[in-house]
Design a protein around this ligand. Sequence first.
Ligand SMILES: *[C@@H]1O[C@H](CO)[C@@H](O)[C@H](O)[C@H]1NC(C)=O
Ligand SMILES: *[C@@H]1O[C@H](CO)[C@@H](O)[C@H](O)[C@H]1NC(C)=O
Length: 231
Amino acid sequence: MSFQAKLTLNCFSINLHSLLIKLCHTSNAKQLTLKIKKNMATFLSFSLLCFFFFIFFLSLCSFNGGTGGSDIINETCRKSAKSDPNINYNFCVSSLQTGHKSHNPTNLKQLGITAVKLTKSNASHTKSFIKNLLKNKKLDPFVKLALQDCMEVYSDAVDLLKEAIKDVKEKRYSEANIKLSSAMDSSSSCEEGFNEKKGKDSPLTKENKDVFQLAAISLSIINMFGGNGYY
Ligand SMILES: *[C@@H]1O[C@H](CO)[C@@H](O)[C@H](O)[C@H]1NC(C)=O
Ligand SMILES: *[C@@H]1O[C@H](CO)[C@@H](O)[C@H](O)[C@H]1NC(C)=O
């Protein structure tokens, strides 16, 4: 805004200045009216030009300002995906936009809190999902054991993620960092539990990947404003 105002002001002052100089150098009256007329025309066309410039910059400004919260989400996800191969840009944008509606982030820290909350609720849903799978009485003993391990690691992860939300709010970024990393470990160790026996596919591959990636996104965002030189 101040740039535009300055620009317009400068346009007018340059014009007035040159007009005055030209007028002062004119002695006779007839010549003076002629000069005024001629200079008026230049003055008007120059002002018109300035006016268009002003409108042009104004429209640029409102275009950038009008996109609201999706700007910060896109920009942050672009950076996260670039610095961490585990993070998929589209997954990041769609997850944070879902969270954005309910938590409304307007700055990086709020966005970080949103990301940790999403990770926590995702882990918590996964925990309930595992609990339901365990209700099946006809489970293969190996699968049952692996699911029980998953249940255990996810219970811990949910508790840690609850704490991590508080940690971020209260600026204990390195604590949050440790707890989020631990949640990533939980999801991968749950997945690995099924890989120990050939022919047994994990029923939790998508869930584990989602939690892993959401925690990675949270870590990436926290490191952007926590500034511990992780990146
Ligand atoms: C942000 O990304 C989404 C999805 O990729 C896209 O639809 C939207 O237009 C983008 N917004 C901005 C401001 O770049
Ligand atoms: C976890 O988050 C992902 C991405 O936002 C979403 O697609 C998925 O449905 C969530 N899963 C659960 C169990 O909440």
